[in-house]
Design a protein around this ligand. Structure first.
Ligand SMILES: Nc1ncnc2c1ncn2[C@@H]1O[C@H](COP(=O)(O)OP(=O)(O)OP(=O)(O)O)[C@@H](O)[C@H]1O
Ligand SMILES: [Mg+2]
Length: 246
C-alpha cells in the first residue's frame, strides 16, 4: 500500500491566558492512497484540532506528521462561497491566489463543473443554488488546485437529511472518480460507515484513538444504499457503543 500521510504520536496542548487545554494526548495513524477515513468521537474531543494540525493551521506540541510530498485541500462546515462571485469565479479563486490560473487549470475546473452537473450554473451566483449544489461548488473549488488529500470537517451538517444523502453520494462518486484520499470528521455515525472504509474512533478529550474499524460491504453500492445493507446496523451499533457518551 502506498502511504500518503503518516501521523506519529501527535500531542497538542492549547495555551490560553487562563488555562492550558490538552486537546490531543497521543494519536498515531497511517493513511494510504485512496483511503476514505472517517474520524468520529464525542463533542469537544479534538477532531477539528486534528484536522487543523493536518492542514498546517495549528502546530503540534509534540509528534510528527509526514506528508510524503502530498498536498492537502480543506473543506469546512460552512462552504464559504463568496456571494459576489459567480460559481466559476468561486471555483477559480484558489488558483488565482496561488497564481496557478493557467489555461489548463481553468479547463480542468470547467470540466469538473460540467461533469458534476453545474455546467448551466457557471455564471450563476451562490444565492441561486440549493444547499447541495453549493457543496458541490465548494468541493470543486477545493479540487481545483488538485490536492492529493481532502480534509472535511462536518461538511454536510448544515443540510437537511435528504440533501445529506444526495451529497454523500455525490462526494463519494466525485472523489473516487478523481482518485482522491479523504479524511472526514463527522458526528454522524451512519455517514461515517457509509461514506468511508475506515473509521477512527477518538476517546473523549484529551483524545487518543480508541479503535479503528475497517468497514466492508459485500455489495458495492453508493453510500445511501449502504444504509439498508445487512452490515450497516452492526457497524453502527459497535461504533455507537465505542464512543464515550458522557
Ligand atoms: N484555538 C483554541 N484555543 C484554545 N482552546 C481550543 C482552541 N481550539 C479548540 N480548543 C479546545 O480544544 C478542545 C478540542 O476542540 P475541538 O474543536 O478540536 O473539538 P471537536 O472534537 O472538533 O468538537 P466538536 O465535536 O464540538 O466539533 C476543546 O476543549 C476546545 O475548547
Ligand atoms: Mg469540531
Amino acid at each position: 500500500m502506498n502511504s500518503v500521510l503518516s501521523v506519529n504520536n501527535i500531542h497538542k496542548v492549547y495555551h490560553t491566558t487562563k488555562a492550558e487545554i490538552e486537546a490531543i494526548k497521543d494519536i498515531t495513524f497511517n493513511v494510504n492512497q485512496g483511503d476514505f477515513i472517517a474520524i468520529v468521537g464525542p463533542s469537544g474531543c479534538g477532531k477539528s484540532t486534528l484536522l487543523s494540525i493536518l492542514n498546517g493551521q495549528e502546530n503540534v506540541t509534540s509528534g510528527k506528521i509526514d506528508y510524503h510530498h502530498k498536498t492537502i485541500g480543506y473543506m469546512l462546515q460552512d462552504d464559504a462561497l463568496f456571494d459576489w462571485l459567480t460559481v466559476l469565479d468561486n471555483c477559480l479563486i484558489g488558483l488565482k491566489i496561488k497564481k496557478q490560473l493557467t489555461k489548463e487549470n481553468k479547463e480542468y475546473v470547467l470540466n469538473l463543473l460540467d461533469k458534476y452537473g453545474l455546467k448551466d450554473f457557471i455564471n450563476s451566483y451562490p444565492r441561486n443554488l440549493s444547499g447541495g449544489m453549493r457543496k458541490r461548488v465548494a468541493l470543486i473549488r477545493t479540487l481545483a488546485t488538485k490536492p492529493d488529500i481532502l480534509l472535511m470537517d462536518e461538511p454536510f451538517s448544515a443540510l437537511d437529511f435528504q440533501s445529506r444523502l444526495k451529497i454523500s453520494n455525490d462526494v463519494y462518486q466525485i472523489l473516487k472518480e478523481e482518485n482522491k484520499t479523504l479524511i472526514l470528521v463527522t458526528h454522524d455515525i451512519s455517514e461515517a460507515v457509509t461514506l468511508c472504509e475506515k473509521v477512527l474512533v477518538l476517546s473523549k478529550r484529551p483524545s487518543t484513538i480508541k479503535n479503528i474499524y475497517s468497514i466492508f460491504y459485500s455489495q458495492k453500492t453508493l453510500p445511501s444504499s449502504k444504509r439498508t445493507a445487512l452490515e450497516f446496523n452492526d457497524y453502527y451499533q459497535q461504533i455507537w457503543r465505542d464512543i464515550d457518551h458522557e
